[in-house]
Write a new protein. Structure first.
Length: 500
């Protein structure tokens, strides 16, 4: 700590000195930027109390005649007359056990302030232990910023930022590094647009696999009510009773549900058994309606495809990418399948203490939308999926299932999910509306730091960092998302070339 650069002193316009928010009057020639870490010495133990700069502004003595001169276009260029002020927020000091505490004793006025040098910042940027990975560098000190993996599973993670700010690059790079630590972390990625193909290419098929979403579809696991919901029938209708009877027949034969097997079972349905005591013609008419419904159903598959088991895949490989980019099918069906897959993974983790993974939800608003703000698919299937995701967000961590949520718009993602994941947050530049939303979760100090970050830079805060205060991080990409292979311009160049 000795030899640190003194950059100023605490100062007050009113004469009163606060603890949590200080104003620094900078020594002439010294500089500070928003986000910088400074410290003053603890009055009792001399340890550094870290403050983070939230605002820097020049201060100039107000002179009455200045306004009149300026209106004439005359500027008084008296540099001696202005000073540089900075506001900083207290994060606290580190005790012998590495815990951060906030100071409660008053600090004498005009206390000297020092710029936190590398050794001090380093203490706060590197988590202890070996189970961690690199996220990027702190641009002020050029120090590596690492994240501890345990908190990223136990307390999940939120990666947010507006369009094109680098969210997917951050997520894919974090995954690429986390699968290379010892022991490697396993991931199940729900990939809306096929952005994670680059990860599969990079890791190779032995370590990673991309699976089209419908390969996970288990028709047998669909609750029977979902079938009649698809057709818009009531449970008490004869059509529903006949369909349920046919499903029961299949169930008793342990046969898989396909359009063909179900139609065959339909022929075996006996009117007497159902208590149908009207004419047989009428019964045949109902059967025909059921047969037609089976034919057009989107939930009942045509053939018995080999259905993949997400748990078995995760046991064999480090990263499984569930690709939802294909298929003209509705979101209703995609929601059902994602819900089935997540339920299966979560149930396995609940039952098997030797199993765990991190679930990555890219574009989370498509799976966990905030009620009344964003809607896609059907109410029922959407509700089921949201139920599983909320359960994982709240109980997953302690059962070995971490949740990483990547989102562009905070307001569109369900509140519980956002709040649970915000224990670790990697926040790229945000739109004003989302900044307000974030301030509700993270507090004003955090939001003020974000400002306008260039792509690829983020403010990071959370339990995965050694410190409890936000750090400005330049994310070091390990991999880029698949979309980065073609820029908008490259597409038009190509079209121009072939049309010549
Ligand atoms: N850490 C980084 N370092 C350098 N460049 C980056 C970084 N992150 C992103 N970029 C650049 O920004 C572009 C957009 O990144 P990315 O696709 O990750 O953003 P996104 O926020 O996921 O976008 P979208 O909102 O479209 O999903 C990338 O193609 C890359 O060129
Ligand atoms: Mg993206």
């Amino acid at each position: 700590m000795d030899g640190s650069m003194k950059i100023g002193h605490t100062y007050s316009m009113t004469g009163e000195y606060e603890l949590d928010k200080i104003i620094i009057l900078l020594i002439r020639g010294r500089e500070l930027a928003k986000g910088d870490l400074v410290y003053l010495k603890h009055p009792k133990n001399n340890l550094p109390i870290i403050y983070q700069v939230t605002r820097v502004y020049p201060h100039k003595r107000v002179r009455e005649y200045e306004e009149a001169l300026l209106s004439e276009g005359k500027v008084i260029g008296d540099i001696e007359d202005s000073t540089l002020h900075a506001e900083a927020h207290q994060w606290g000091w580190m005790d012998d056990d590495g815990c951060i505490r906030t100071i409660r004793y008053p600090i004498p006025p005009n206390a000297p302030i020092f710029l936190a040098e590398r050794q001090i910042v380093e203490k706060f940027t590197k988590p202890a232990g070996e189970w961690k990975f690199l996220l990027g560098t702190d641009p002020t000190t050029d120090l590596d910023v690492e994240l501890g993996i345990y908190p990223l599973i136990r307390q999940s993670c939120l990666i947010c930022g507006s369009v094109g700010t680098g969210k997917t690059t951050t997520a894919v790079s974090m995954i690429a590094r986390a699968v290379n630590v010892t022991p490697p972390v396993r991931f199940f990625i729900i990939d809306k647009d096929g952005e994670y193909s680059s990860l599969v290419d990079n890791l190779g098929v032995k370590k990673a696999l991309k699976v089209p979403w419908n390969s996970f579809f288990h028709p047998g696991d669909i609750p029977w009510d979902d079938y009649i919901a698809e057709f818009g029938w009531q449970k008490s209708w004869w059509n529903s009773k006949i369909l349920f009877q046919a499903l029961k027949i299949l169930y008793s034969q342990s046969a898989t549900v396909t359009k063909n097997t179900l139609k065959k079972a339909l022929h075996l349905v006996n009117p007497d058994k159902l208590g149908f005591n009207k004419k047989d013609d009428e019964f045949q008419l109902y059967k025909m309606q059921v047969e037609n419904a089976i034919q057009i159903s989107k939930l009942i598959p045509l053939e018995n495809n080999d259905v993949l088991d997400p748990v078995a895949l995760l046991k064999e490989r480090l990263a499984i990418v569930m690709d939802l980019s294909d298929g003209k099918d509705t979101w209703e069906q995609k929601h059902l399948v994602v819900a089935q897959v997540l339920r299966k993974i979560f149930n396995e983790a609940l039952e098997n203490r030797k199993f765990g993974c991190i679930i990555v939800l890219e574009e989370a608003m498509y799976y966990a939308p905030q009620y009344g703000v964003f809607e896609i698919g059907e109410k029922e299937s959407r509700g089921k999926l949201l139920g599983v995701i909320k359960e994982i967000a709240t109980n997953g961590g302690r059962n070995g299932i971490g949740l990483w949520v990547v989102t562009q718009r905070l307001a569109t993602v369900e509140k519980t999910v956002i709040t649970q994941c915000a224990n670790n947050i990697i926040c790229h530049s945000l739109e004003d509306l989302d900044k307000q939303r974030l301030a509700e979760i993270m507090g004003q100090e955090f939001t003020e730091l974000i400002g306008d970050l260039p792509p690829g830079e983020a403010i990071v805060k959370g339990t995965a960092l050694k410190c409890r205060f936000p750090l400005w991080v330049k994310i070091l990409p390990e991999l880029y998302p698949s979309s980065s292979l073609s820029t908008p311009m490259s597409r038009f160049l190509y079209m121009n070339n072939i049309s010549k």
